[in-house]
Design a protein around this ligand. Structure first.
Ligand SMILES: *[C@@H]1O[C@H](CO)[C@@H](O)[C@H](O)[C@H]1NC(C)=O
Ligand SMILES: *[C@@H]1O[C@H](CO)[C@@H](O)[C@H](O)[C@H]1NC(C)=O
Ligand SMILES: *[C@@H]1O[C@H](CO)[C@@H](O)[C@H](O)[C@H]1NC(C)=O
Ligand SMILES: *[C@@H]1O[C@H](CO)[C@@H](O)[C@H](O)[C@H]1NC(C)=O
Length: 253
């Protein structure tokens, strides 16, 4: 339900040309994992196991999946005989290979080159498809304005807290109209933090220098389109920004 609202909103945004096309970006993770482990892995480094609940999303997924080199999990599993997407939605349309499986429990994987799903017991070990969840917003906002916008319409200002998330944002930033793009990075109470509550573990600061005691007006973090690194900027600057969608908000702000 929540997802549907988000998608409807995305559509409205598209009509006004305010958001980029990026909804979900999928990555083939070539490491053998049970479905449960893969789910945790994707949540840690990306956003979740890949899901594609409508035809457009499925097309996008299949494009991103072209590099797949072996069978790989997607975010679809059964619970009490009902197939569900990891985000907890009942799956209403699934492209099964051959016929729909009638097993009581299982998880779904994609076979390379088939563009269709198969099912398997969830304890089998396969690579997986993980997805990120960033949306590049083309309207120009102050950092606070961007935060408010993302929290109202999506989930939060984007947290680029792992290399995988950063790589995903970098694929998109070329489309930004401003030189810098706001992220959820903020200097507060003597330290830099992600407003999502993610650990500031991975960093990508310009010149590898985390600003220690930034001037009062330079306490907001942006991604620099040119150097492709993090810079601290004046929070009042009006810039494009990355939102993230999803339900896992545990806020720091
Ligand atoms: C697929 O592989 C090509 C070449 O290695 C690479 O440039 C591209 O980014 C990859 N695409 C995805 C979605 O991983
Ligand atoms: C999902 O499917 C189950 C079984 O068909 C049904 O009981 C449940 O109400 C459905 N949930 C939603 C949110 O549609
Ligand atoms: C945002 O600012 C950039 C750079 O100043 C400008 O090119 C762009 O048109 C602005 N976008 C909107 C939607 O106002
Ligand atoms: C930093 O990342 C490592 C490896 O991903 C993880 O084990 C560790 O718990 C993280 N540290 C914090 C403070 O979250």
């Amino acid at each position: 339900m929540k997802m549907k609202t988000t998608l409807a909103l995305l559509l409205i945004m598209e009509l006004y040309g305010l958001s980029s096309g990026l909804i979900k970006q999928h990555f083939f993770v070539n490491r053998k994992m049970t479905w449960d482990f893969a789910s945790k892995y994707c949540k840690t480094y990306f956003h979740d196991l890949s899901t594609f609940t409508n035809e457009d999303e499925e097309q996008q997924f299949l494009e991103d999946a072209l590099n797949q080199t072996s069978d790989a999990w997607v975010g679809l599993y059964t619970e009490s005989g009902v197939w569900k997407w990891s985000e907890d939605e009942n799956a209403t349309r699934i492209s099964w290979d051959i016929t729909q499986p009638d097993k009581a429990d299982g998880c779904a994987f994609l076979r390379p080159g088939r563009k269709k799903l198969h099912d398997k017991e969830c304890t089998a070990e396969y690579p997986a498809f993980c997805m990120t969840n960033f949306v590049l917003m083309h309207q120009n906002e102050t950092w606070e304005g961007a935060l408010e916008y993302c929290r109202t319409h999506y989930n939060d200002l984007a947290s680029l807290s792992t290399k995988e998330r950063m790589d995903s944002a970098l694929l998109e930033i070329t489309k930004a109209e401003t030189e810098y793009v706001w992220t959820g990075l903020r200097f507060l109470a003597g330290d830099w933090l992600w407003v999502t509550g993610d650990a500031l573990n991975y960093t990508a600061w310009y010149k590898n220098e985390q600003p220690q005691c930034p001037a009062r007006d330079l306490r907001c973090g942006a991604l620099d389109k040119q150097t492709r690194l993090w810079r601290h900027r004046n929070c009042e600057e009006k810039l494009s920004f990355f939102c993230q969608y999803g339900v896992m908000r545990q806020t720091n702000l």
